[in-house]
Design a protein around this ligand. Structure first.
Ligand code: NAD
Length: 374
């Protein structure tokens, strides 16, 4: 017996990534899997079908998944794909169940074992499977490049025959995986860096990257290493300190997120109106509505002399590396349950249990179950 793994071509707007790269396909084949890829799945990241060895190709997605034991993708698949899957097969992709209630119910009803990549627990043993982190690191890096190409100034100091140019001030708000990478990148480009977050442990992390920390005295540590929502009083206390930093910055990168909630608003309209002429905000939280009140997801807007960039699916802009890291994250998850050329799910394993969104006709994740079944 061999385990058949099917790789979908992504179809959602702005999505260029692919869930399989040749090096990962080779490793899965060594584990005894048989790989079928939807034709042209890697085209958007310049990964032609010919780059894959010992795999087969199928043009039609429904035909591709019909016999598969495991289906892999980046974005949640279309309903028709899940309808065409074998009952009891495994799906691995991002899902974000609260945004996909119909799909989640179908996964449940079709008895699909769905491992949702956003549910991988943030424990040390799962780090190699953590696609949120791998993709956020790329996004943090790229956000600085977007900022640098949208600002009509250089970031580093430069001494010229006609005088010297001062380095620009970069402020990063939200110091999770993306924010720390943005701080490191901005510094490498020669900017003076400042970091701000509501989790106090980020102070040391920012300082170790050569940045100053904007200390507001508010501690908003939540559960699981994430931040919690803030009270109005806390928000006012923060605004008093942060406004000064926003208004002296040349480039601001915002990355703040609270799991399952809309993006918190970190920069108000009034704060933008007080910013320096020519400065730029890159809002990495645009997908969730944005951290700035003026952000328009998927667009760049000019407010007075300030540019606000609200990019969508930033990891896809670095699609080649994003696909490579994502495919490796998925491989490490698959390796947990691909034993002796067969699927063997160990439900006592915290990673298997917590990453499962649906299994055997049930929604297994409590938050998703509550949101979808009430
Ligand atoms: P995230 O994308 O959920 O949020 C980004 C940042 O925004 C966080 O640092 C958060 O504190 C901050 N934020 C939220 N509300 C804010 C507000 N109102 N003002 C300012 N900042 C605000 O975060 P993430 O990158 O997914 O990481 C969250 C945490 O999980 C980090 O501590 C990270 O180190 C940890 N983590 C642990 C593991 C592991 O142990 N395996 C893996 C990945 C991440």
């Amino acid at each position: 017996m061999t385990v058949k793994i099917a790789v979908l071509k992504e179809t959602r707007p702005n999505e260029r990534r692919v869930a399989m790269v040749p090096a990962v396909a080779d490793k899965l084949i060594k584990l005894g899997a048989q790989i079928q890829i939807q034709s042209g799945a890697g085209d958007a990241v310049k990964l032609p079908d010919a780059a894959f060895k010992d795999v087969s190709f199928v043009a039609d997605a429904r035909t591709l998944v019909a016999e598969a034991d495991v289906v892999v993708g980046v974005q949640p698949p279309d309903v028709e794909i899940v309808e065409a899957m074998k009952e009891g097969a495994i799906l691995i992709s991002f899902v974000y169940a609260h945004k996909e209630p119909a799909l989640t119910k179908l996964l449940r009803d079709r008895k699909i074992t769905c491992f949702a990549m956003e549910l991988v627990p943030r424990i040390t043993r799962a780090q190699a499977m953590d696609a949120l982190s791998s993709q956020a690191a790329l996004a943090g890096y790229y956000a600085v490049l977007l900022g640098a190409t949208n600002i009509a100034r250089m970031l580093p100091m430069m001494t010229t025959a006609v005088g010297s140019i001062r380095p620009q001030r970069a402020l990063v708000m939200g110091l999770g995986v993306a924010g720390l990478q943005a701080l490191a990148t901005a510094r490498r480009l020669g900017a003076m860096t400042e970091g701000y977050d509501v989790r106090p442990e980020t102070k040391e992390q920012a300082e170790s990257l050569g940045a100053k920390f904007v200390d507001t005295g508010v501690d908003a540590r939540g559960t699981g290493g994430y931040a919690r929502e803030l009270t109005q009083e806390e928000q006012d206390k923060i605004a008093a300190v942060v406004t000064r930093h926003i208004q002296t910055a040349d480039l601001i990168i915002t990355t703040a997120a609270i799991p399952g909630r809309p993006s918190p608003k970190l920069i108000s309209k009034v704060q933008v109106e007080g910013m320096k002429a020519g400065s730029v905000i890159v809002d990495l939280a645009a997908e969730g509505g944005g951290n700035c009140e003026y952000t328009q997801p998927g667009a760049s807007v000019q407010i007075g002399q300030v540019t606000i960039v609200g990019p969508l699916n930033v990891p896809s802009m670095l699609g080649e590396h994003a696909s490579e890291l994502y495919a490796k994250n998925q491989f490490n998850l698959i390796e947990l349950f691909l034993k002796d050329k067969a699927v063997a799910l160990d439900w006592s394993d915290e990673i298997i249990a917590k990453t499962a969104l649906t299994h055997a006709g049930e929604i297994r994740n409590d938050a998703a179950k509550k949101a979808i079944e009430g």
